[in-house]
Write a protein that binds this ligand. Structure first.
Ligand code: KE4
Length: 428
């Protein structure tokens, strides 16, 4: 495909923004290409600055579960924006979205809206520290919870992709308060908690990891997490920024029937607009200002236009009783097609998949944590990405990210994806 306009935009962008992007994972660093420059999107398609079209499995890194430009969401935004874009006061939209979230998540007795997943997770940890009067937190290797200092330790997503799992600029004093453990290792988790629980305010976990590629929890992992944190008065935070409304209306906690003390949300609850949220038990959330003393604030928190997009998204998901079943049918059709293509072309690929999120790892072993994910052949993934990109399929430009299906992906496009994957793998 020819992309002269995209190239020119990118050259201009590089002269204005670090790496030419506003978020590192967009830079295509791991796949060695000019990044895609999208001018519009509709359904399961992206259109770049040169008019090329792509079947999209990155879906803006998760939010677009309805597909791009869903008419109900666009109309809700149009209606809201006619009333103004920001009031800096309480507005009815915030109440409505909070109601929908509380209805979907029984563990969320009080919720606070913010404008990103990072704000949600950093705020949740601050509240947990105040609630327990303890300082340390536990996260898992390969877990990514946004770019707040305390999480940039052995993190996933762009940090794993760019090979910098811990970021410079985070003072040792901060980093030492974050303990990291291997994901899916209940014994190590139990040992650490029983030895050091007096210091630990919270454990934050992606109940299904998406930021080392998709890695579901092994049986017993989440249960051990829930039982040992409850026993020692440690706040269990489910970071459901990806899995919330993705795996079910009640996210991963609905699928695995485990109730965390706090939950963080983002992506889908904003329908593509900047929305994050954190919430949980009333006794914990009552600590949040102005009810309690833990300060957290935001100019655009609960923004009416963003709330309207989130409300319309949840209503649209709720409108189809078979919504998640249809989504999973589309995903399993694609995943089995990719597995066939790998088998027929003799390529060693492990595909982890749950609900409508999946990752093809270029490795022949099981992938159950960061160490096994890192054994993937990232060069082969890059070659696969580039070939699929040339054929008009846009996947996450990194081995350590999740692929997402939307309800808008057509059977025709899914079958074309399988056909192109077979061709791309044969060419590798
Ligand atoms: P944001 O601040 O990007 O809205 O959310 C941070 C965050 C928190 N928790 C989880 C589990 C997340 O996956 C994220 C953000 N995900 C990345 C991609 N895996 C967003 C894409 C990007 O960084 O540009």
């Amino acid at each position: 495909m020819r992309r002269p306009h995209s190239h020119n935009y990118f050259m201009k962008a590089v002269s204005l923004m670090p790496g030419g992007v506003n978020s590192p994972v967009r830079a295509f660093k791991a796949v060695g290409d000019d990044p895609i420059v999208v001018t519009r999107a509709k359904g399961d398609r992206l259109y770049d600055a040169d008019g090329n079209r792509y079947i999209d499995y990155c879906m803006s890194w998760g939010p677009m579960i309805l597909g791009h430009g869903n008419i109900k969401v666009l109309n809700a935004i149009r209606k809201a924006v006619r009333g103004g874009t920001s009031f800096g006061t309480l507005c009815p939209y915030e109440v409505r979205l909070a109601e929908l979230i509380a209805h979907a998540y029984r563990s969320i007795e009080l919720v606070r809206m913010v404008s990103s997943g990072t704000e949600a997770t950093m705020s949740a940890v601050r509240v947990a520290r105040a609630y327990t009067k303890r300082d340390r937190i536990v996260k898992f290797e390969g877990g990514y919870h946004g770019h707040s200092d305390q999480f940039l330790i052995k993190a996933g997503s762009g940090l794993a992709t760019l090979g910098t799992p811990s970021s410079p600029g985070v003072p040792e004093a901060f980093a030492s308060l974050t303990l990291t453990l291997p994901y899916n290792d209940p014994d190590t988790l139990q040992r650490l908690i029983s030895e050091r629980w007096r210091e630990i305010a919270a454990v934050i976990v992606e109940p299904v990891a998406g930021n080392m590629g998709v890695v579901p929890p092994v049986p017993g992992f989440l249960e051990t997490l829930r039982e040992s944190t409850a026993r020692h008065g440690i706040v269990l935070i489910f970071d459901e920024v990806i899995t919330g409304l993705r795996l079910s209306l009640s996210g991963a906690q609905g699928v695995f029937r485990i109730s965390p003390d706090m939950t963080t949300l983002g992506k889908i609850i904003g329908g593509g607009m900047p929305v994050g949220a954190y919430g949980g038990k009333k006794e914990i959330m009552d600590m949040v200002s102005p009810e309690g003393a833990v300060y957290q604030a935001g100019t655009l928190s609960g923004n009416p236009v963003a709330m309207a997009a989130g409300i319309a998204t949840i209503k649209e998901i709720n409108s189809g009783p078979e919504f998640y079943k249809d989504l999973e049918k589309k995903t399993s059709h694609l995943v089995s097609g990719l597995k066939d293509a790998a088998r027929l072309t003799g390529k060693a690929i492990t595909i982890n998949s749950i609900g409508s999120m999946f990752t093809p790892f270029f490795t022949d072993g099981a992938v159950c944590d960061l160490a096994s994910a890192m054994r993937s052949d990232t060069k082969l993934y890059a070659g696969f990405f580039r070939r699929m990109f040339e054929k008009g399929v846009y996947m996450p430009p990194s081995q350590f990210e999740a692929h997402f299906m939307s309800i808008a992906h057509s059977a025709h496009d899914i079958d074309r994806t399988i056909k192109y994957a077979y061709e791309a793998l044969r060419e590798l």
